[in-house]
Design a protein around this ligand. Structure first.
Ligand code: BGC
Length: 411
């Protein structure tokens, strides 16, 4: 594992996650993998999915004119979730700056559209595909087409369940959840809780996203012993992944479910202490429900992930407690190095880590694209951000802090 400083982001928590490394990511195969929703089978005739007027998100960016390095297809899931706008922009800029022609698409969170977008890229003779899947199990046909055309595929951030995927670049997803769980344990001092009981609710991510199960299990593996001992009490009784999952990571869906839980289980004055949310888009909905519908006056600990602007504002305002930050600019740098190595025919192994100054692990064990078929992975390290270390985000150069103390992303 290569050491790198993200500004001053090396916290104790981070050091712990570093030590845990990716060995822990493999411990817990998420149930989510087997529950991909069964929807979105790719249509046999992709034309059938064509819209009369293509929505804005399906528009590919005008290709750059420089093509020395080859042509890269970058397929992002949606612009409606904040981070993918950043990922798309960073990837696009970095590949262009390195002399590649790029095609960047967003697929409006519709799997059929993502299949179309990738097929169009293959028709444009891309040399390599970078894909952040909407549904990790719905891209089979187009992945097979990529394999037939000898086009290597980097699964970006979210794994795709198809053996045509050559490599995976992401963060240590299990550790993201583990950091959320550990944050709750430390902040409520559950180790020394004695007879105290803390009430917890849980909101997880999209079952179609292979990451969602890792986040959920990473957190629940930490929290389950306290649930079993009775120190944590899930008042709604809703704990299993399928029940707490949020289709498409949608803020309104998370908001609605949180409102239902608050009116059904907390309207009588029962105190809610903590709401585990897998990411910031779901945390935003939960925070909104708590602000408008929670009868209690205590502040509720809410977790998140990503560092979305609205959530960072909520952290400043004391409405959300923490977020697990993932530097997606670094994720795109690692992806560029990997793509360059693939395209120049280099052997891909741990030595690639020396081509960038980013804390990252090379992991050949934790992720499988099918039973027994391991996918070599480059996993970056996530960090805990709270009100107390927001300046660390500013130090990355990717955020500025206004006079009001709120952060804005620089891209
Ligand atoms: C990403 C998270 C993100 C979520 C929703 C996941 O696959 O890893 O960073 O919050 O998708 O966009």
């Amino acid at each position: 594992m290569k050491r790198k400083l993200l500004g001053t982001l090396l916290s104790v928590t981070m050091a712990v996650s570093l030590l845990a490394g990716c060995g822990s990511s493999g411990d817990s195969a998420p149930a989510a993998n087997n529950n991909a929703g069964g929807n979105d089978a790719a249509p046999a005739n992709t034309e059938a999915a064509a819209e009369p007027a293509a929505p804005a998100e399906s528009q590919a960016e005008a290709p750059a004119t420089t093509a020395d390095g080859g042509k890269i297809g970058i397929s992002m899931p949606t612009q409606s979730l904040e981070r993918w706008n950043r990922d798309g922009a960073y990837l696009n800029d970095q590949f262009k700056a390195a002399g590649y022609e790029t095609i960047l698409t967003y697929s409006d969170n519709k799997s059929e559209q993502q299949v179309n977008d990738i097929q169009n890229m293959l028709a444009e003779n891309v040399d390599l595909l970078i894909v952040a899947a909407i549904d990790g199990e719905a891209l089979n046909m187009v992945m097979n087409e990529a394999a037939d055309a000898n086009v290597p595929v980097i699964a970006y951030d979210r794994l795709i369940m198809n053996d045509a995927v050559s490599y995976y670049v992401s963060f240590d997803n299990y550790t993201v959840g583990k950091l959320q769980g550990e944050f709750i344990v430390e902040n409520l001092d559950l180790e020394n809780a004695g007879d105290s009981v803390y009430n917890l609710e849980i909101t997880a991510g999209d079952p179609a996203d292979n990451n969602a199960g890792y986040f959920y299990h990473g957190a629940m593996d930490v929290l389950n012993p306290y649930i079993e001992s009775g120190t944590l009490n899930v008042v709604s009784g809703q704990t299993d992944f399928d029940t707490v999952a949020t289709e498409q990571w949608n803020t309104d869906t998370a908001l609605e479910r949180a409102q239902n839980i608050l009116s059904s289980y907390y309207a009588d004055g029962t105190q809610l202490d903590v709401w585990l949310c897998s990411n910031d888009s779901t945390a935003l909905g939960v925070a909104q429900a708590i602000t408008s519908d929670y009868a209690g006056s205590n502040s509720v600990l809410i977790t998140g992930q990503d560092g979305d602007e609205a959530n960072l504002k909520n952290i400043v305002d004391g409405i959300q407690t923490m977020t697990v930050y993932k530097n997606v600019s670094n994720e795109s740098v690692v992806t560029l190095s990997l793509a360059q190595a693939i395209l120049s025919g280099e052997t891909i192994d741990e030595s690639l880590l020396s081509s960038f100054d980013i804390e990252c692990a090379y992991d050949t064990e934790s992720y499988e694209t099918s039973a027994g078929n391991k996918c070599p992975s480059f996993l970056l390290v996530p960090n805990v951000i709270t009100k107390d270390n927001l300046q660390d985000l500013v130090d990355t150069g990717l955020y500025t802090m206004g006079e009001d103390g709120y952060l804005s992303a620089t891209n």
